[in-house]
Design a protein around this ligand. Sequence first.
Ligand code: GUN
Ligand code: FE
Length: 445
Amino acid sequence: MESLLIKHAQIVTMNTQEDIITGDIFIRDGRIEAIGTALNQSLADRVIDASRRTVIPGFVQTHVHLCQTLFRGKGDDLELMDWLKKRIWPLEASHDEESVYYSAMLGIGELLQSGTTTIVDMETVHHTDSAFRAIAKSGIRALSGKVMMDKGSEVPLALQEKTAASIQESVDLLEKWHMYDSGRIQYAFSPRFVVSCTEELLKEVQKLSAHYNVHVHTHASENKGEIAIVEQETGMRNVVYLDHLGLANERLILAHCIWLNKEEKRIIRERGVHVSHCPGSNLKLASGIADVPEMLEVGSSVSLGADGAPCNNNLDMFNEMRLAALIQKPLHGPTSMNARTVFRMATIGGARAVGMSHEIGSLEVGKKADLAILNLNHFHTFPSYDVDPISRIVYSATRADVETTIVDGKVVMENGMMKTIDEPHVLKQADASIKRLLSRTTIAN
Ligand code: GUN
Ligand code: FE
C-alpha cells in the first residue's frame, strides 16, 4: 500500500487536548504513523503539499439512509408519518437492485465530497447487498444494515416482511459483509422504529446484537404521533420499552430522541446509549428540537447525522454542525452550544458512538487515516488572523471548501474529483433509476 506525506498543514487534531498544530502527517498502510514537523519526505511514495490548508478528522455521521438519496426533493413539506406513508415507503417499495446501488453511490459521493468519511446507514427492506457493494467500491467507512419492518399499517406489500425472514436476511448480510475490508464495513441491525417492529423481532435483534457484538441502529422519539402509537401499543414510553427489551446499551444508536421524559434521558445516560442528533431533518419534518445541551451536560453520547436526502435535503455535515449550534441558542442562550462542542460531536463523538474512538475521530499516531483537507482561503472564511480555526470550520466554512478526502489512508476525493466513483455515470444512472421507480409507483400528495 502506498505511503503518503501531508506537509505543512494546520492540523486540527481533536486529540484529548484538542491540540491545533502546524506540521506534517505521515500515513502508511492506512494508518497515521507520525505527526511532526519536517518529517522525512523521501520515505513517502506521495507528498501532498498542504501549505495554507487545514486538516481535520473526517466527519462521522451516525444516521443516514443511502437508499433514500434518489428521493431527494420527493418528500418536501410533510410531517413524519405522512412523509413515510405517502412518499418514502412507496418509493422504497419500488426500489430494485440497480436503483439501490445508484442511490447509495449518489449519497456516498455527496458525503465524501463534503468531508464525511464514516457513516451509520439504514437501508431499505430489500436489495441491501447492492448498497454494500456500493460502499465497498466507494471506499467510505460504514456501518450498515437492511431495515427491518415486520409490522405496521399502510406499509406497501413489497416492504412487508415476516419476522423470521427479516432476521434471516439480516444475519445472511451480516455473515457476508461484517468486517469486510479489514473492518472498514460493519453490519448494524436496523429495526426501522418501534412502530414497524414486533416485540419478537426486537427481542431477537437484542440477542443477535449481543451474540455478534454488533450495533443496533434505529429511530426513536422523533415525532409526537410516533411516541403516541408506541405508548398505545406497548403501554410504555419509547425508550423505556427499548430498555425493557434489553436493547438499551452501548451498542444502541438512536436517531433523533426529541421527545424524551426524565426517565428516558436517565436510561440513555446510564446505559451508554448513543443519540444521533439530526437537526436538519428535525426542522424540515417539523419534528421538534432535541434537548442536546442537557444530554451533553449529563454526559450522554450525542453525535450528528443528516438523515436521508428527502428530509434534509443534503447529506452535508457543515449544514448539520451549523444548525446544531444555531437551533439551541434562541432556546437555551448563546453559549448553550458552541462551535467546539459541535465539532466534537461531528468527529470524536461520532467515533465513540460507533465504538471506534480508539481508531478514528481524531488525528493521532496509530489511528486510521480518515481525514479531510480544507482550503479556507476564501472571502467567506476570512479573515483568518486570530480566529479559532474551529469557529471558521463550524460557522463559516462550507462543503465546497473540502479539497481532499482520505479514508483508510486512501485518497477518495481530490480537488473535488472522485477517485472511486464515476460521477457523470452515477448522476446519469440516478436520474434513470428514479425515473424507473416513479413509473411503477404512485406517490400521494
Ligand atoms: N422513522 C421511521 N423511518 C424513518 C425514516 O426513514 N426517516 C426518518 N427520519 N424517520 C423515520
Ligand atoms: Fe432516519
